[in-house]
Design a protein around this ligand. Structure first.
Ligand SMILES: C[C@@](CO)(OP(=O)(O)O)[C@H](O)COP(=O)(O)OP(=O)(O)OC[C@H]1O[C@@H](n2ccc(N)nc2=O)[C@H](O)[C@@H]1O
Ligand SMILES: Nc1ncnc2c1ncn2[C@@H]1O[C@H](COP(=O)(O)OP(=O)(O)O)[C@@H](O)[C@H]1O
Length: 291
C-alpha cells in the first residue's frame, strides 16, 4: 500500500473539572469530550526514507515539532521501520484553538500507519502510544463521546449528543494550553461542573438542561485575558443558543442550538467579526480511513 487518506475530527469539551496536580505538574481532570464534524484531511504516502510534513496552513509547523511528525517517528522507531512517509495535512480545524487539531492529526497518523504497515495494533495499543504524544490523543483515536479522567487518558465511552447543531467560533488569538493550566488557581475556583448531573442530562437526551449545566474551569483563565470570549458567548445567547462555553483551554467558543435558523443567523453575524466560524454537527465516530 502506497498512500492513505484519513479524515480526523475535532473535539469540544462539554465540561472540564480540574481535581488536582501530579508531581510532573500535569493536572488531574474530569472532562466530558465530544467529537464534532469538523475535520482535517491527512494523506500519508510511503517514501523511501525520512519523514516529510506538508500543510496548507501557515500556523502548522512542518519540522519535527509537528505532532504528526512525532507520531510517525514514534512508530518508525518502535517497529524499526526503514521506509519513510510524507504526511500532507489539509487544515480545516483552527490551530491552537482548544479543539485538539494537532492531537487528531497525530491520532490519524497512528491509525494510518498501523494499517499501512500492517502492525496489528489494537485500539488500546494505539491509545497507549497516543498518550506518549499528548493527553488528548487517546480520545481522538476513540472518538464519539467519553468521560476522560487521569490527565485525559482514562476514557469511558458514553452516548454523546446525537446530531446536535454546534456553532464554533475561534477569535483571532493564539492560546497556549500550557499557559492556561499554569495560570489556573485550583483552590480558588468559583464555579465547578457537576459531572454526574451533566452525564444524566446526556443519558436522558436533555440537551436543554445539559446546555445550562455545562462548565469549564479553564474558561476563567482565558476569559480574564481576552475579552472576545465573553463577547462571543453573549452573541450566541442573544441568538438563542441553549448554552455557550469555551472549549478546552480556548480560545474557541461553541454554542449549542436546537433551531437551525437561529444557528445560521448567529453564524452570519459572528462570521463578519471572526473568520473562523463554522456550523457543524456532533459526530459519533473516530478516525476515518477513506476507501
Ligand atoms: C485542555 C484540553 C482539554 O481537552 O484540551 P486543549 O485545549 O489542548 O484542546 C486538554 O486537557 C489538553 O490536552 P493536550 O493539548 O493534549 O495536552 P498536552 O499536549 O499533553 O500538554 C500541553 C500542556 O498542557 C498541560 N496539561 C495538559 C493536560 C493536563 N491534563 N494537564 C496539564 O497540565 C501541561 O502543562 C502540558 O505541558
Ligand atoms: N499537526 C498540527 N496541527 C496544528 N498545530 C500543530 C500541529 N503540530 C504541532 N502544532 C503546534 O501545536 C500548537 C497547538 O495546536 P493545536 O493542537 O491546534 O491546539 P489545541 O490542542 O489547543 O487544539 C500550535 O500552536 C502549533 O504550533
Amino acid at each position: 500500500m502506497e498512500s492513505l487518506n484519513l479524515k480526523c475530527r475535532a473535539k469540544i469539551n462539554l465540561s472540564i473539572d480540574v481535581l488536582g496536580k501530579r508531581a510532573d505538574n500535569y493536572h488531574l481532570v474530569e472532562m466530558i469530550m465530544q467529537t464534532i464534524d469538523l475535520y482535517d484531511n491527512v494523506n500519508i504516502e510511503e517514501i523511501d526514507s525520512g519523514i516529510i510534513i506538508d500543510s496548507d496552513n501557515e500556523y502548522v509547523p512542518t519540522d519535527s515539532s509537528n505532532i504528526a511528525y512525532k507520531a510517525a517517528d514514534l512508530i518508525k522507531r518502535k517497529f524499526n521501520i526503514n521506509k519513510g512517509v510524507k504526511i500532507s495535512i489539509n487544515k480545516n480545524i483552527p490551530v491552537a484553538a482548544g479543539l485538539a487539531g494537532g492531537s487528531t492529526n497525530a491520532a490519524a497518523v497512528l491509525v494510518g500507519l498501523n494499517k499501512m504497515w500492517d502492525l496489528k495494533l489494537t485500539e488500546d495499543n494505539l491509545m497507549e502510544l497516543g498518550l506518549q504524544l499528548g493527553a488528548d490523543v487517546p480520545f481522538c483515536i476513540l472518538g464519539g463521546a467519553a468521560v476522560a479522567e487521569g490527565i485525559g487518558e482514562k476514557l469511558t465511552r458514553i452516548e454523546g449528543l446525537e446530531s446536535v447543531k454546534i456553532l464554533i467560533c475561534k477569535p483571532d488569538i493564539l492560546v497556549s494550553t500550557k499557559w492556561v493550566y499554569e495560570n489556573l488557581d485550583i483552590n480558588g475556583l468559583s464555579k465547578r461542573p457537576n459531572t454526574k448531573n451533566i452525564l444524566n442530562n446526556l443519558k436522558e437526551n436533555d440537551v436543554q438542561a445539559l446546555a445550562k449545566n455545562m462548565c469549564n474551569v479553564l474558561e476563567s483563565v482565558t476569559e480574564n485575558e481576552y475579552t472576545q470570549i465573553k463577547e462571543i458567548k453573549k452573541k450566541m445567547i442573544e441568538h438563542h443558543a441553549l448554552g455557550s462555553m469555551m472549549s478546552g483551554s480556548g480560545p474557541t467558543v461553541f454554542g449549542i442550538f436546537d433551531n437551525l435558523d437561529c444557528a445560521q443567523k448567529a453564524k452570519e453575524e459572528l462570521k463578519q467579526l471572526y473568520k473562523q466560524t463554522y456550523l457543524v454537527n456532533t459526530y459519533k465516530g473516530g478516525i476515518e480511513i477513506e476507501g
